[in-house]
Design a protein around this ligand. Structure first.
Ligand code: NAD
Length: 689
């Protein structure tokens, strides 16, 4: 039984997530609870032999007194203390005599130093018993006093903690993800899964406003963990249907764009509230339709809520006309107007968050929207449109366009579509950019394309790194959602000084990853999205076998589209595995002779989306900040999971064009700036303002 270990870092982690802190926040609460647990353990010495790790005189005395009252023989428990610390206690305890185990870190220097520094900090903090005893020399009566007496009244070990990281009112705050370690939250998710499993194989929602009917074939989505289960079933739009939809969008554009921005802002806030209300149902749909494990599905819903709230806040700021310059006698204003009909073409891998971001940005800035979800995530797309309709969006402003690439192409080519907001693969993104660049003679505008595309993301493992952290970070970054995130790690570039030990540890970590059906709460990695994806990733596994050395290959079984994870080592920059986006849990490990070479390798592809560095060398961290050419660089942490507002997301070079999603400039792309300059000088005077 120990207390206080990792208190600081655990508290910070909870604050970062916006979760209530589950730890006692006052030392006295911890001490009280320790005493309660001392009794609990000592009352059960028939089945356990407790060990008490403490250098606190009061806690030691409580163990002695409790054991005495229970008439326990001294061999039924032991004390544990650190070598060289509080030695008078060690002498006193062994003199009684009592069993005492002295411990000390053994092994490698760097992790050992880290351990000692943590212990030193814990033991010299202001509240530490050792500090009170040795530095402040308090009287024995104070040192032996019950823990609560020095604290304000009413503190018990179970006092509720409310000290969360709080933003000031009106300031954007990320939606906390669900803490599935809490039983009621797990229960809510289980219930949602049961509810939604009864509603699969769903057709067109009756809650959607009427729009011109689709004429193409029926589209199906299936549960990737069990493809015999159909999740969504919708008729798709053909290219020939798009003209009528665009007409409707145009017709409603003027009215929607003329609404006060505040009305559109309120609509986004309402949609966010609806999403929050049904967050577990939405996550459950993603478990079934996209095969996302619980926390990945939940994170996608939380991010969608963030986009709505963040863009609502940004639009409130941008809707105030900006005065330019202060010169007397003239009034210059920048006004922002909607660009016009917007086509949103979305991928399936963040089936709610990415479409929510693109659709809400276009709507709040006053544009009408034609939203084409991926044909692999139909239900998630429909649920989003349902939410906007329920939030009060007038009919015709947002039209739902389920369909495949042909429908997408028709949207891009439609002459009246002013903006295309696309997220997906590089090839499709580049094709869209090309189309937008050729303006026909009768066209009255140049289309704007916002294209978020693929990545070939690398994490550099420096020789000074904490390997425990690096192995865990790389593992999560390449296997999270089975590697199907645009931000996922697909290359680990490892300094030769730690290459062998890193790959040995990585192989062990990969072998212990829990692979299974996403519906199960313990699953860390599930299947790929569909058969097409599986065939493609299988091909890359074969290519990898010819290019590098296979380090580890997991072969999960099951009816679904399961594969990997697979790790190849000794990959060189010219290999296909080092250059091409794979979109699956395949990792290429490359060796670098120096930190400079590692950076060159990392920058050696056409993509520039995310990247990571694990290092404890400040000069290398600084160099990476300047030279690691990616849109989002993560230092000493996994490279996925960007948060709206805190880590605006997006790449450059062949990873994307446009401002970062979830950042301050994003909305500007959906508007046309106009500057109005008025001469306010009248004959002989200028009116005061
Ligand atoms: P995809 O390019 O196959 O499809 C994306 C969307 O485009 C789908 O709705 C699809 O139907 C449509 N589409 C396909 N061909 C089209 C065409 N010729 N014209 C118009 N639309 C067309 O991509 P995907 O498989 O859905 O998503 C995975 C890809 O998306 C990966 O490359 C990934 O890196 C990328 N991605 C990037 C980001 C980012 O923010 N940079 C985020 C998520 C995904």
């Amino acid at each position: 039984l120990v207390k206080g270990a990792y208190w600081d870092s655990d508290t910070i982690r909870y604050r970062q997530r916006g979760w209530p802190i589950p730890l006692y926040e006052r030392k006295a609460q911890t001490d009280l609870n320790y005493e309660r647990l001392v009794r609990r353990l000592l009352e059960h010495t028939d089945v356990i032999r407790p060990a008490f790790g403490t250098h606190n005189l009061r806690s030691l005395a409580v163990v002695e007194a409790t054991a005495e009252s229970l008439k326990l023989p001294p061999e039924s428990w032991e004390y544990q203390m650190i070598f060289g610390m509080a030695e008078p206690f060690q002498t006193a305890v062994t003199a009684r005599p009592r069993r005492l185990r002295i411990y000390t870190p053994v092994g490698e220097l760097l992790p050992g130093m880290a351990y000692l520094v943590r212990r030193l900090l814990e033991n010299t903090s202001n509240e530490s018993f050792l500090r009170k005893e040795y530095v402040e020399s308090q009287p024995l009566s104070a040192l032996l006093a019950p823990p609560s007496s020095a604290e304000p009244a009413g503190i018990t070990p179970d006092s509720v903690h409310t000290d969360q990281f709080k933003a000031s009112p009106g300031e954007f705050q990320n939606e906390p993800s669900a803490d599935f370690s809490q039983e009621p939250i797990r229960h809510a998710m289980e219930e949602a899964l049961c509810r939604i499993s009864a509603r699969l194989d769903h057709g067109w929602s009756a809650k959607l406003p009427k729009q011109s009917a689709p004429s193409s074939e029926e589209l199906l989505t299936r549960n990737p963990a069990d493809p015999s289960v159909i999740v969504g079933r919708l008729r798709g739009y053909a290219a020939s249907d798009i003209g009528a939809l665009v007409e409707t969008a145009k017709k409603h554009g003027t009215e929607w764009g003329a609404q006060p921005a505040s009305a559109r802002v309120v609509l986004l806030e309402k949609a966010a509230a609806l999403m929050r209300e049904r967050r577990y149902d939405l996550a459950a749909w993603e478990v079934f339709e996209e095969g996302k494990p619980w926390h990945e599905a939940d994170a996608d819903v939380a991010e969608a809520i963030d986009f709505l709230n963040f863009y609502a806040g940004q639009m409130s700021r941008l809707s105030i006309p900006q005065r330019l310059g202060e010169a007397p006698g003239e009034l210059n204003h920048r006004l922002l107007s909607p660009r016009g009909v917007t086509a949103v073409i979305a991928p399936w891998n963040f089936p709610l968050a990415i479409p929510t971001g693109m659709v809400s940005a276009a709507l709040v800035t006053g544009n009408t929207v034609l939203f084409k979800p991926s044909e692999r995530s139909l239900m998630a797309g429909q649920l989003l449109v349902e939410i906007f309709a329920e939030a009060g969006l007038p009919p015709g402003v947002l039209q739902f366009v389920p369909g495949g690439p042909e429908a997408g192409k028709a949207l891009v080519l439609a002459p009246e579509v002013a903006t295309v907001a696309f997220t997906g693969s590089k090839d499709v993104g580049l094709w869209i950019l090309q189309q937008a660049g050729s303006v026909s003679p009768d066209s009255r505008m140049v289309k704007r394309v916002i294209a978020e595309m693929g990545g070939k993301n690398a994490i550099i493992i420096d020789d000074s790194t904490d390997l425990d952290e690096a192995v865990a970070g790389v593992l999560y970054s390449f296997t999270g959602y089975a590697g199907q995130k645009c931000s996922a790690c697909s290359r680990a570039i490892v300094h030769q000084g730690v290459y062998d030990i890193f790959i040995r540890r990585l192989a062990e970590a990969v072998s212990s990853l829990r692979i299974g059906i996403p519906r199960h709460p313990g699953t860390q990695m599930g299947p790929l999205i569909d058969e097409r994806a599986l065939a493609r990733v299988r091909q890359y596994v074969e290519i990898g076998k010819s290019e590098g050395r296979l380090l580890v290959e997991r072969k999960p079984d099951g009816a679904g589209y399961f594969i990997g994870p697979v790790v190849f080592v000794d990959i060189r920059p010219e290999h296909r595995l080092a250059q091409e986006e794979i979109f699956g849990p395949i990792l290429a490990v490359m060796k670098a002779a120096s930190f400079g070479e590692a950076l060159d390798l990392a920058n050696g592809t056409a993509y520039a989306l995310t990247g990571g560095l694990y290092s404890r060398t400040p000069s290398h961290v600084e160099q990476a900040r300047l030279q690691f050419d990616v849109g989002n660089l993560y230092i000493n942490r996994p490279i996925t999971g960007a948060l709206v507002g805190r880590q605006p997301f997006g790449g450059h070079r062949l990873s994307g064009v446009g401002a970062k999603a979830g950042g301050e400039d994003y909305l500007l792309q959906f508007m046309t700036p106009r500057v109005i300059s008025e001469n306010t000088l009248r004959r002989g005077f200028a009116p005061t303002e």
